[in-house]
Design a protein. Sequence first.
Length: 345
Amino acid sequence: MARLVVFLATALVLLAALAAFNWWIDPFGEFWKPGAVQAARAARPQCLVSHEVIGGEYLPFKLDVFRSRPTRTFVVGSSRVLKIGSWPGEQTFANLGMPVISPEIVLKENRALPARPLTMYLGVEAFWLNRNFHGFDVSPGFEQRARYLLSRSALDESVRIVRRAPYVLLHRWRKERVGPACVVGRSRPALAWRLDGSRVWSFELDPNTYHPAVDPFTTDLSKLRLGIYDDWSGLSPERIHVLEQVLALARARGWKVVGFTPPDGDRYLRFFESSPVIGPRWRAFARLMPKLFARYGYSWLDFRDARSIPCRQSDFVDGGYHTDAACSMRMRKRLDYKASSARSK
């Protein structure tokens, strides 16, 4: 019996040590690190924050962005709104968007914000209304975290990282230069975050670093953009109801809201308009959104065609999906104007 107790105790100690080691190194960036963000804020001039120290926990990071600023206006939506940022010197704007966000996460995020007057720019994606689309878990639960911390793959990658960069045993992050910018992270980032929550590609800081790949165009809906349009049989009533909950919450809190949908490149537009599967839903989405937002007293801007912003095809960084900073800030200008017009009525 004593040997069994010793065996179990030893096993528990080893598992705890494994979990602690993988948590400290965090080889796949699953945990966000508030201390790294605080270090970036405390730096003079302030630094960017590498994605490595944010990981998959977008929700607590974005709520921290909101609370750390005197936020009065914010944008929320998918990765396609992440380049919408603050104007030079502006401190009252926050980008609360997240990659592969869903309407349910938008509602969860909005409920966590204070009940005071705000202006929200809500970027709605047509694929949100495909009931077969599922967003990422932006705040993983205990079981998912435990599996990660105890996994062999995490241990193997942690060991590789320590061999390449032994300093991580004592310091989980450090300041480094990427082009002209200071970045708090662990290595040269593929992307980083500004302290207003907007995204920065590393090629924008140093042309010799990572540039987003142009996805091969396909009409196979199981592969196009990771299958987010696959098996789309109609506009999901459940998702529409969640969007209505978002708008009803905003109205109850006295928020100003401008809705919009991010643009697509020409080849995608042509396909979406002509596809026998996507085309009818695409047009139904375009008819529904202005009516839905108007029902709650809000405006809608249809940016699906980049020329309406106006933006060029060369303003997409990956061949027709994500817009660059210049195009994104033209969207911001249109959104600001619409919100200002709504206030003046």
